[in-house]
Ligand binder design. Sequence first.
Ligand code: GCB
Length: 605
Amino acid sequence: MKTIILLALLAFAPSMRAQQIDLIANTDGRKTISLDGKWQTIVDPYESGFYNYRYQPSDNGYFKNAKPKTKSDLIEYDFDSSESLQVPGDWNTQSDQLFFYEGTIWYKKSFDYQRRSNTRLFVYFGAANYFADVYLNGEKVGQHEGGFTPFNFEITKLVRDTGNFLVVKVDNKRRRDAVPTLMTDWWNYGGLTREVKLIETSTTFVHDYLIQLAKGSRNRVSGWVKLSGDKLKQRITIRIPEAGITKTFATDGNGFAAIDFNADLKLWFPENPKLYEVVVEAETDQVRDQIGFRSLETKGTDILLNGRPIFLRGICIHEEAPLRGGRAYSREDARTLLGWAKELGANFVRLAHYPHNEFMVREADRMGIMVWSEIPVYWTIQWENPATFENARSQLTEMIARDKNRAAVVIWSVANETPLSDARLSFLKNLISHARSLDATRLLSAAMERHYLDATTQMIDDPLGEYLDVLGCNEYVGWYDGLPEKADRLEWKSKYQKPLVMSEFGGDALYNHHGDPLTRWTEEYQENLYRHQLAMLKKIPFLRGTSPWILTDFRSPRRPLPGIQDYWNRKGLISDRGEKKKAFYVMQEWYRELHEKGPDNAKDH
Ligand code: GCB
């Protein structure tokens, strides 16, 4: 009971929306200096660069980057003669010794920086998996928990013209109380997995903004702008030059301005993913972004994009680099993965099971692919632990902070396959209301489980369904649940009058491994499974989207079967080497039919 009250208090704390978010959301439109490339690293399985031999935090940890001053000095580490690792990049796929490593690695990068007067400097990390302690020139600047969201720290006062050293302790040890928890079905790739950069801003700058269509509207832009600095009261102009729009607002004493205006804009939809250049201009700063505008609602069991029903022809994707394996991090990786999704006929991707790198979302915006984005509240986390809730909540905040201006993002999802209990329901309800308080326009979902009412009736009645806009459901009929033809006998029911996205289904096949349709691991088994699945799915009256599991094979420590899995989950429609399996074409054919029946949105917008 106490936990529930505490969670409720945390979730409904006074609305401090913009103030809570200190992430510099748009780094694209800013002056940035990349710190990507080789970083010197020290592998530290016992964390002796952090703790002394009594296991107390040490004042003289590796973050001091100390050097012997005399020949008698005793210093037992040296970044400069240690091995290096490439950033961005996971460490597991950069060295055979680190393939299964879970623990701490210290990263060091030296740089010079002539900061101009009247500027501020931030260090920005696209992501560090999982826990990061950040130091500049021997001083701690901050720490961050969560492996898939960006964070930044101000270093204006610490940076010097020459000889800066930035040290980051990255620890990817799994923990029972963390998000995700100990058990997942993906590789725990550690390290500075996404880009690292310095961001220079003016003393008072545009920290963040939300510029989207108001909920349910196709011609009213609504949102806010937030300044950070010492001149908080300013005139703010929002310009959309191509649409001839110039609107002026004033920020209050907290640097906050609500914005609201009517605009006649070409709407974003998959077949015409129109993006406008939007300029946010303060007296002391200016930032540019490419923003699409579209409306999103549900009505009964329909999902409406720009007021018209749409079917989400999707595919799940892990952030696994195409062809080379390891964490994906680049624009090219995003283009390859989303290009394959397009080839499949998709207009929608479920980015599982954590927020992917920003290139994925930006490219989806450009390519006209709708996105489901989720946080790693996966399987069985500690529902009753307030710290676990706080952690999930801050990962949700950071995901929304980064991507709230992307038209492509249509769904925020708060959980995947979580077991029913009161504590879990209250945890997830609080996450949902938090998401709605940050962003009133997106649809909220979660990938739920279902149960059998009798041998042939599948029921969706998870109490969480009441709080979602779109029901997500994972099912493995034909793989974990019977053989493929079992799907022919099933009938689906739902307690809710809401749209359903079948957020996962599928089975494993090793590319080029052949046999009859009842032989596991063969392409023929997977192909047959997809045929039976599609026949079943077509009969579900409230189905409004599908995202089978999964676009490509991905690494998982839970999948050891020699010669078949070799630590890969083989449910990809495409192999880890980019080869398409037979089931790919079954899905492609259905998506082609669906597209012919109902194009992604009428052309008359
Ligand atoms: C699931 C999970 C997904 C797994 C998949 C599988 O239900 O959501 O993360 O990888 O099943 O292959 O078993």
